[in-house]
Structure formats: structure tokens, C-alpha cells
Design a protein around this ligand. Structure first.
Ligand code: IVH
Length: 687
């Protein structure tokens, strides 16, 4: 192309400016006001023309050009982003309880207590005006606008420092790249990025058509989408935002929180004013909570509660904040969803130890926007406890993203055709006999070469907490087995590029990546290797204990029960299982092969405390101050242990937001419940 003449540049500039204006306007109408005036095709034509101009005249590309929404070049990572003011969290209230029929009912006292607290703090008897907002279930972000231009988007992180995700945030249509009207020169807006249910379902449909696994829930995909290194992938995800507050603002701020939301809307930001209610007193708050409970099934997005805020910003200031959350706002969580459906049949899953778990095939039912079609029945004790039969109408409950639970059956709906759930006598995978030993709640397959067991143990060996072989997931392991390329974990280290090329959809790059991952796994620490072996009763915690005590695989493999029993935390059952494992000739053969292939796990010792020695913790809910892994590490560093389920043996339950059935169970059993802060304090004091 010949060099453009100045007139051409001027013309392009003015056309580009006009197109930008139009595109911004239509984008705003569509994403923020939900009132589009042109069709998608028309929008696309305008955008294509703008892109054409930018290609011919790259100088026209500005940070707020509508072209920035398509996603720029991939990034290497997300730099840390420190917040001007900490991003606080909210204290949770659970204004509900179960009645004698196991149904949830509203517990108004929880809400009145909050009101009392506020009045006490402010030394007033007068009614407080509150604002009731929906608590959207997504990912919190802080958006910084300087002179109206979006300059930074950041995640919450630990509240002080998050990750900078500006490029990804720019791709979200509902986030203005430039503010409108009389905006403040400096503004940091806070809001929740989320995905509507329709978009979520569409995405999952697409995934299934492409042979990929479905996403669990809209919140997970939202979080995942925002952490894509390639902004083009984020651009393809139907994300949106609801702005609910500010971090900082220049000039004077509005007097009430409601007015603040109105201002945000005037500046072109999306604030869900239509769903917000100003409540004159706590009674009106209670009424709104009830209303939202009714409404939540008909909303196009998931909410997990209602946020109550003191409306006056002056009073907010007077009330101030605690270390992690403001005193002037709370999150009132909703009870887990319950729906009725029918138990159509039962299938049996064979685990890596041969344990056979009954799984309920349910008539698909929509529970808070997610289709539920199966639930674990856990074991035969549970089946007896529930008294459940095939054909029964059941109540299922889903809290957060946890696997649904069958809470009860509705015996009044029986018509006599219901059938007992048979206990299998042969393994559904290999046909070998199954045996349920006395004291055991599940039967076990006795087959030595049961393919289901092999598959599960291979999967376990490769998981992140074990040998962490990335790229060897469910599908790949299936193929390895189908192609008869592998009969034990040792065979993994025998695989060649030629072997891998027999896979569906396997290219040079992917094959190399897999081989590199397999090679790298040879150097994993001993504790992970031990965990990966899947020795019965040896979970990741005991694997650590064994690795630390014995220091090498050879030492452990030759230890006898007596030696093992000298270790605190190891009882006869574990000792037995470990010695049996290493005595088994087949296992010895495989361990020998692994050694020959260069799998050389070494013990990594860590200095340890013992202040929480023997204490068992269970985490539940969405933790906000630390990840589950970090929490577990903190406990283990003090000699304690984290477990996945609540029982009489649990010492503490650490509950984050959206905690459901585990929390309820802990309450029932009278177990000490800690919030995240109390947990951290406990760790500091050491029990
Ligand atoms: S206000 C200082 N309002 O809930 C107050 N938060 O547990 C900070 N959330 O991290 C939050 N909807 O991600 C507020 N209407 C709403 C909200 C909301 C969802 C999320 C937010 C926050 C978490 C607090």
C-alpha cells in the first residue's frame, strides 16, 4: 500500500471517532441497559469497519477503542495489583434454620440481631435505613478509572493485593472503557463479575459438543475465564458485571449508598438498581429477604444471598470497619436449594481400592440453575438410614458447588412399585465376586486385574497432589487402557512418542508435553509418591508422616508393623495396610520397575510444630482469606490434620461463606466452628 496522504488520515480519524462513539453507545445499550437498538449483525458490521481502519492506521488504536474488547495478545502472567484501600469481605449471617421436616425456614432473629448491634454501636433507638442488594455469586473486582479512562482491573486476591487482569476485564461488554457524563477524575469501582445462567448453559452445551467436560457452575467458569492468559478466550465468555461500591473517589461522594449506585449508573457503569431496595427499618429488610427467597429461582443469574448495607454513608463511616469486614454491612446467606426428583436407578462405581459406591441416577432436575442428575448414595449404611428405594421421590440439596445430597425421601409419595436397592454380588466392571467384610459399609471387588480399579489407581497416581502429571486425565488414561499400552503405573514410564501417536487428536507438541510431564514426575517428593501409590488408609497426610519418619522408600518398604506402630498417628489398621502393600509380590515388582525407570522420590523434610497435634479440622464453604490448600498446610505444619467430612472425631470446622450441610452437621454435633479469622488466630496461638 502506498503511504497514506494526510487527508486520508484525517478522514480515517474522523470516521474512526464516529464509529467508536456509535459502538460504545450500542455496547452500553446492550450490556448495561439491556435495551439494544441494533442487531448483532449491524453491530458486527460497524466493528469490522473500525477494525479495518485500525489495521490501515494503527495509530488510531487507543486503550478505549471498542477493538480492545476482542482481546489483545496473550500475556505471560498476571502482575500483582495492590489496592488503594483494602477490598473487604462481608460477615455472613445465616438467617434460616431447619424445621422438623428438614425444610428450611427463615430465622428472623439473625437479622434483628444485626439491627440491634448497629443501634447499640450508634447509641440510637431510631430506625436505621438499610439498602438491600442481591449477593451475586461471581468474582469481586476493582476497576480503576483515571480521567474517565479504564486503566486497571484487579481481582480481590487477599484483600490487600490481587492480580492485575486489565486486558481480560476490557473484553467484558458491560464494563465501560471510558466513563460518561460528569465523572470524578479518580474513581475505583468495586463490583462482581458473573455469568448469567443462559450463557453458562450455552457454554456447557458447546463444551459437550466439542467433547470437553462441562463446567461445574457459573462462578467457577467466571473465575477461570478471568484468569485466562489469552484475553481472546475471556472475550468469548459471556461475562457481565454488577457494581456495588467504590474503593476511592475524588471530589465529593453522594450521601447515601443508593445515590452512589445511581451515580455509578450515570457514569455508564452497570449497577442493578432495579433489584436494590431501600428499607426504612429491619422489618422491611426481613420482608425483602423473604421476597428474594421466592424470587431467586426465577432470576437469570445465581444469587447466594442478600447484602444488607446501612444506607447513609455518614453512618457507614461512623460504624467503620473491623479488620476484614465493615460493621455497616452483612451478607445474609440463603439456605441450600432443595428440589424434589425421582430416584430412577442406581449404578455402582468401582474405586481404586475396589470399593463399590452406589450412585443415584436421578430424574434430571434443575437445582439453582444447575441440572442435577446424580448424587452419591455413599454406602449401604446410608441407604438403610434413608430407607431409600428405586422409584422413590427424594429431596435433593445443593449448597454452593458441592455435589448434591439426598436429604430425605417422601414416603407419602410411594405407590408400592418401589424396589429395594440390591447390593451387588459381582463387580460391575470385571465380574469378579465382591465381598463386604464385617464392619465395612461398602462391598469390595476382589478382582486382581479389575480394569476399573486399574483406571482409578492410574488416575490417582497422576493427580496433582500425587505425581502431578499434567495432561494425563480421565480421557487420556481411558485411551491408554483401551490401546492396551499400560497395565500398571510403571508402564507410564515406558511410553514412547509412537505410543502416544495412537491417541485421538495427538500432535507433536502435545506428545512432547506429555512426555516431558511424565519425565518431570520422576523427581516428585517421596510423600507425593507414597500418596500416589494409593496404599489403603494412606492419604496425603499420612503419606507425609511416613515420608518424614522413614526418609526413604527403601526404609519404609522394609519397616515392620512394630516399627510403624511407634509413630504417633499410626494405628494397627494403617500399619497392617502398609506392610501388606510392601509385602505383595506384584507391588514389589512394580516398585522395582519404577526404580529402574529412574523414578527416584526423595523425602523433603520440613521443620514441624506440634501445637495442633492430633486435632482434626474440616474446611467448608468458599474460603476467602486463604485457599483450602494453604489452610491444610498451616494445620499440618502444627501437627494437625484436615479431613473432608465432619464426624464426631472432628475438632474444628472452619466455615467460609456458603457453608452448607457440613456446617449444619457440625452444629448438630456441637463441634467448635471457626470463621477464617478465628482459625488464623488459633494457628498463631497454636491451639
Ligand atoms: S459489598 C465492604 N455487595 O460478596 C463491602 N459484596 O463476602 C464489600 N458480593 O467480596 C462487599 N454481591 O465479591 C457487596 N451487592 C454486593 C455483593 C457483594 C456480591 C460479594 C463480593 C464480596 C463478597 C463478600
Amino acid at each position: 500500500m502506498s503511504k497514506p496522504v494526510p487527508e486520508e488520515i484525517d478522514q480515517a480519524r474522523s470516521e474512526h471517532a464516529e464509529l467508536s462513539k456509535q459502538l460504545h453507545h450500542h455496547n452500553y445499550l446492550y450490556h448495561s441497559l439491556d435495551r439494544p437498538e441494533i442487531s448483532d449483525a449491524q453491530y458486527d458490521r460497524l466493528l469490522q469497519r473500525l477494525l479495518q481502519l485500525e489495521e490501515a492506521f494503527p495509530a488510531l488504536i487507543s486503550p478505549d477503542s471498542p477493538s480492545q474488547r476482542i482481546g489483545s495478545t496473550p500475556l505471560d502472567g498476571f502482575p500483582p495489583a495492590t489496592h488503594a484501600r483494602p477490598m473487604l469481605s462481608l460477615d455472613n449471617r445465616f438467617p434460616y434454620k431447619k424445621n422438623e421436616n428438614d425444610e428450611f425456614i427463615v430465622d428472623e432473629k439473625e437479622l434483628r440481631d444485626f439491627d440491634d448491634q448497629i443501634k447499640r454501636f450508634l447509641s440510637t433507638d431510631e430506625s436505621i435505613e438499610y439498602l438491600c442488594e442481591m449477593k451475586l455469586d461471581g468474582v469481586a473486582v476493582a476497576l480503576t478509572y483515571e480521567n474517565g479512562l479504564l486503566v486497571r482491573g484487579a481481582t480481590r486476591g487477599d484483600g490487600t493485593t490481587g492480580e492485575e487482569i486489565t486486558q481480560n476485564v476490557r473484553t467484558i461488554g458491560a464494563i465501560p472503557l471510558r466513563l460518561q457524563g460528569e465523572y470524578p477524575t479518580q474513581l475505583e469501582v468495586r463490583g462482581e463479575i458473573y455469568m448469567e445462567l443462559e450463557g453458562f448453559r450455552r457454554l456447557n452445551r458447546q463444551r459437550r459438543e466439542e467433547g470437553e467436560t462441562s463446567f461445574a457452575n457459573p462462578r467457577n467458569v467466571t473465575a477461570g475465564s478471568l484468569r485466562q492468559l489469552d484475553p481472546k478466550l475471556t472475550a468469548g465468555r459471556p461475562l457481565t458485571i454488577s457494581c456495588y461500591g467504590i474503593g476511592k473517589i475524588s471530589g465529593s461522594a453522594p450521601e447515601s449508598h443508593y445515590q452512589l449506585l445511581e451515580s455509578l449508573r450515570r457514569w455508564g457503569l452497570k449497577a442493578n438498581l432495579e433489584t436494590v431496595r431501600v428499607a426504612g427499618d429491619i422489618e422491611e429488610v426481613i420482608a425483602r429477604y423473604n421476597e428474594l427467597l421466592e424470587l431467586r429461582d426465577r432470576l437469570p443469574y445465581e444469587i447466594d444471598g442478600m447484602v444488607v448495607k446501612v444506607n447513609s454513608r455518614n453512618l457507614q463511616q461512623e460504624l467503620g470497619e473491623k479488620s476484614r469486614s465493615p460493621r455497616w454491612a452483612i451478607a445474609c446467606k440463603f439456605p441450600p436449594r432443595q428440589e424434589q426428583t425421582v430416584l430412577e436407578s442406581v449404578r455402582y462405581q468401582v474405586g481404586r481400592t475396589g470399593a463399590i459406591t452406589p450412585v443415584a441416577n436421578l430424574r434430571p432436575v434443575n437445582v439453582s440453575g444447575v441440572t442435577v442428575s446424580s448424587a452419591s448414595l455413599h454406602n449401604w449404611e446410608e441407604i438403610t438410614r434413608l430407607g431409600i428405594r428405586i422409584g422413590d421421590t427424594v429431596v435433593v440439596e445443593r449448597a454452593g458447588d458441592v455435589i448434591p445430597d439426598i436429604v430425605k425421601i417422601l414416603t407419602e409419595k410411594r405407590d408400592g412399585s418401589e424396589q429395594e436397592i440390591p447390593e451387588p454380588t459381582v463387580c460391575p466392571a470385571c465380574g469378579s465376586p465382591v465381598i463386604r467384610e464385617t464392619g465395612e459399609v461398602v462391598p469390595r471387588c476382589q478382582g486382581l486385574s479389575c480394569p476399573a480399579q486399574l483406571k482409578e489407581s492410574l488416575k490417582h497416581f497422576c493427580t496433582r497432589n500425587a505425581m502431578d502429571i499434567e495432561g494425563l486425565g480421565d480421557r487420556q488414561i481411558d485411551q491408554l487402557l483401551r490401546l492396551k499400552l499400560i497395565k500398571s503405573v510403571a508402564d507410564l514410564y515406558r511410553l514412547t512418542r509412537e505410543d502416544l501417536f495412537q491417541f485421538d487428536r495427538m500432535g507433536d507438541k502435545l506428545a512432547d508435553k506429555l512426555l516431558t510431564a511424565i519425565e518431570a514426575s520422576k523427581q516428585r517428593p517421596l510423600e507425593r509418591f507414597l500418596f500416589g501409590l494409593g496404599i489403603r488408609h494412606v492419604g496425603s497426610h499420612l503419606a507425609k508422616v511416613l515420608s518424614r519418619q522413614f526418609g526413604s522408600l527403601a526404609a519404609l518398604a522394609t519397616a515392620d508393623a512394630e516399627q510403624l506402630l511407634t509413630i504417633h498417628e499410626i494405628g494397627p489398621q494403617v500399619a497392617n495396610s502398609v506392610t501388606r502393600f510392601f509385602a505383595d509380590p506384584n507391588n514389589r515388582l512394580i516398585l522395582g520397575q519404577l526404580k529402574d525407570f529412574g523414578v527416584a522420590p526423595v523425602a523433603t523434610g520440613q521443620p514441624h510444630g506440634d501445637k495442633l497435634s492430633g486435632k482434626v479440622f474440616v474446611f467448608t464453604g468458599a474460603l476467602e482469606r486463604f485457599s483450602r490448600k494453604q489452610g491444610e498446610a498451616l494445620i499440618e505444619a502444627q501437627g494437625g490434620r484436615a479431613s473432608g467430612s465432619v464426624s464426631k472425631k472432628t475438632d474444628y470446622v472452619v466455615a467460609g461463606p456458603a457453608a452448607g450441610s457440613k456446617l449444619a452437621k457440625a452444629e448438630q454435633l456441637g463441634i467448635r466452628i471457626l470463621n477464617e479469622e478465628e482459625f488464623l488466630a488459633l494457628i498463631e496461638q497454636g491451639g
